[in-house]
Design a protein around this ligand. Structure first.
Ligand code: ACM
Length: 263
């Protein structure tokens, strides 16, 4: 199967334009599964909770989910993308998985980063995995990378590919941790980060690009640049993520000793 990552440069609040830019990048190539950045249509640096609420959308009824569903059904592809979700009174930093058949699943960011804690409710749904036929897909968002439990719980549920929308600002951190998450769990990871700078309050945030796809042995299969938009599509063999053996006596999951782990 073919997996693609999109590295875009959203303009804060310009939802229609950012959706069009993301889909435009995707339309240059074909893929079975696409990953777009965190909050790819809204932008990231909210001035407060009210602004986040004003740009948040119900999933899947809102315009971002609907545009993605339309693209997925037209191109027979699956898409994971980040967006602010409005659910009754709560606003979540969420991601959605859609496919040719429409809306499939959502994820709400569990580990909020920095001022996201002022703007969003923390995710209240367990990490989950969806079998889309060609692969088993797990979702996590950006800062979740620093908490090994995120990737581990997806991998233990059988994820082949961890789709990881991101808006990374700490230099190179997630690029390194995600290679370890892929290696220790024996899964593919696909991180779609954004580029550009937002400067909407007292500080500027510069996003680090370098979106990447990592193989189950930790190899970096592709990494985009720090500062230009782009896409990369790769053919991967998802069966590689189902082989957890290390030696004839060792297995990444079979050798775990949960009875001795104190959580
Ligand atoms: C992040 O979680 N957006 C760094």
């Amino acid at each position: 199967m073919r997996i693609g990552i999109v590295q875009s440069s959203p303009v804060f609040g310009a939802i229609e334009r950012n959706i069009a830019d993301g889909l435009d990048l995707m339309s240059s190539q074909s893929a079975d599964v696409w990953v777009l950045p965190e909050l790819f249509a809204s932008g990231y640096q909210f001035k407060g909770a009210e602004e986040a609420r004003a740009l948040a959308e119900p999933i899947p009824a809102g315009p971002t989910s609907q545009a993605l569903i339309e693209y997925a059904s037209r191109t027979k592809s699956y898409i994971v993308a980040g967006l602010p979700e409005l659910d009754e009174d709560a606003v979540y930093n969420a991601s959605v998985l859609v496919g040719p058949e429409g809306y499939i699943a959502r994820y709400r960011k569990v580990h909020l980063f920095y001022e996201e804690k002022l703007n969003f409710s923390p995710g209240n749904l367990p990490f989950g995995v969806v079998d889309i036929g060609i692969a088993k897909i797990g979702m996590m968002i950006c800062f979740d990378h620093l908490f090994p439990e995120s990737a581990r719980s997806l991998a233990l549920q059988g994820a082949d590919i961890i789709c990881h929308p991101a808006n990374l600002v700490l230099p190179d951190l997630a690029q390194r941790t995600m290679a370890i998450r892929a290696l220790e769990n024996g899964v593919f990871t696909a991180t779609a980060n954004r580029i550009g700078t937002e400067h909407r309050g007292t500080e500027a945030l510069t996003y680090t690009g370098q979106s990447q796809i990592i193989a189950p042995d930790g190899d970096v299969l592709c990494r985009l640049s720090k500062d230009s938009i782009g896409v990369h599509v790769l053919e991967i063999d998802v069966m590689r993520a189902r082989k957890k053996s290390i030696t004839k006596h060792n297995d990444k999951f079979g050798d775990r000793r949960p009875g001795l782990y104190r959580l």
